[in-house]
Each structure stands twice: as structure tokens, then as C-alpha cells.
Design a protein around this ligand. Sequence first.
Ligand code: PRP
Length: 212
Amino acid sequence: MRQMLNIALPKGRLGERAYGLLKTSGYGCPALEDPGRRLIFEDLQAMVRYFWVKPSDVAIYVERGAADLGIVGKDILLEYEPEVYELLDLGMGKCRMAVAGKKDFRDPVGKTLKVATKFPNITRSFYAGKCRDIDIIQLNGSIELAPILGLSHVIVDIVETGATLRENDLQVFEEVVPISARLIANVASFQFKDDAINDLCAKLRAQTEGML
Ligand code: PRP
């Protein structure tokens, strides 16, 4: 008997695109296309159960087994290092993590560099690799404000189109790491639902091959 797969989707544009990919791979769920205020959607033909969660929470659901599979940005995997299997690069949600600041920024050599970010672990290991002494200022959003208001020298943040930086007279100085969406699996589910997971993974891989 085929096993039901529980899949955590990140709320928002990336999750909608990822669902589009799952649908064309044979994992459509009509109930999800007319959601109302419901949170869980099931399709007994495709044997999938989807739920929308906050993008930064997807890895928690998967790590703890509330979901067998999830779609998550590589930024979240690098920042939180959850114990999950990373199965596939979906080739969507592409952006980069970068160091950015005011155009006239000059590194205050010999002084501690103040860095504002939502990603303290990624930032810490990036600057540790350069042996640069930093002071991390952890914010939860609108990171670009920090160098403008003198709260930090630079930021480490996601740059997608570059519009937020451009419109605020900021620029990228260095790339930290390229980011894209990944399919992840719970460790135990990967063992006990291996047929269903491998099947889904192969179908998604066939769809995404041209996107990487
Ligand atoms: C992200 C990121 C940048 C912006 C980059 O913010 O933190 O602010 O998107 O996109 P762009 O290069 O296309 O302009 P998000 O929209 O997640 O909001 P936030 O300010 O709450 O972090």
C-alpha cells in the first residue's frame, strides 16, 4: 500500500511555485488551490498531505517528524543546521547571501566591524574564515536600515533582485553564499517511507533538471 507523505510548504511565493512543481510531478491537491482559512490539505489519490508553515519553521517540522518532507531555502539550512536530509536542489528561489553597505563604506581596519543580520551563524562563520573581528547586531527584518542609520557598518542579508539595496543607495561588497530552495526529508521518514520519498524525488528531479 502506498504511504501518505506529509509535506510542509513555506507560505508565500516560493511555496506556491514549489507546489506548482509538485503538481506537475503528479502530486496535485485540488483542496489546496481553494484554501480559505484551512491549514491542512489532503489528496488521497496522490497520497499527499500538505500544510503551509512560516518559511523559517519548515525545517523544524521536518526535523521533528511532523512533516516527512519540506521545501526550504538553503539560507535556513545553513543558519540552523537542522538534522534533516537535503535531497534535491529545486533550482527555484535563487538569490544570494551577501555583505552590503553604504556606497562610501570603507572597512575600519583594526577596529571591530559591526554587522547587522538575521543570520548570525552564517555571518559568524563567514567572518571567522577571514579572521575578522565582528560585533553581530541581530535584527528580524528591514536589515537595510542598519547601515543607513549608523547602527552597523555593513549587513549580511539576502539579495534577490537587488532592488532594496539600489533604492536605498546601498551596494553589495562580497558574496557570502548562493541560495536556492531545497527539498528536505525527515531522517526516520526517509527510512520508513523510502519508496514514496524516492518516487517523489525522482519525479521532481526529472522536472527540475533544466532549472539548475
Ligand atoms: C528580503 C531581504 C531583503 C530583500 C531582498 O527581505 O532581507 O530585504 O528581501 O530582495 P531584493 O534584492 O529583491 O530587493 P524580506 O522581503 O524577506 O523582508 P524583511 O525585511 O522582513 O527581511
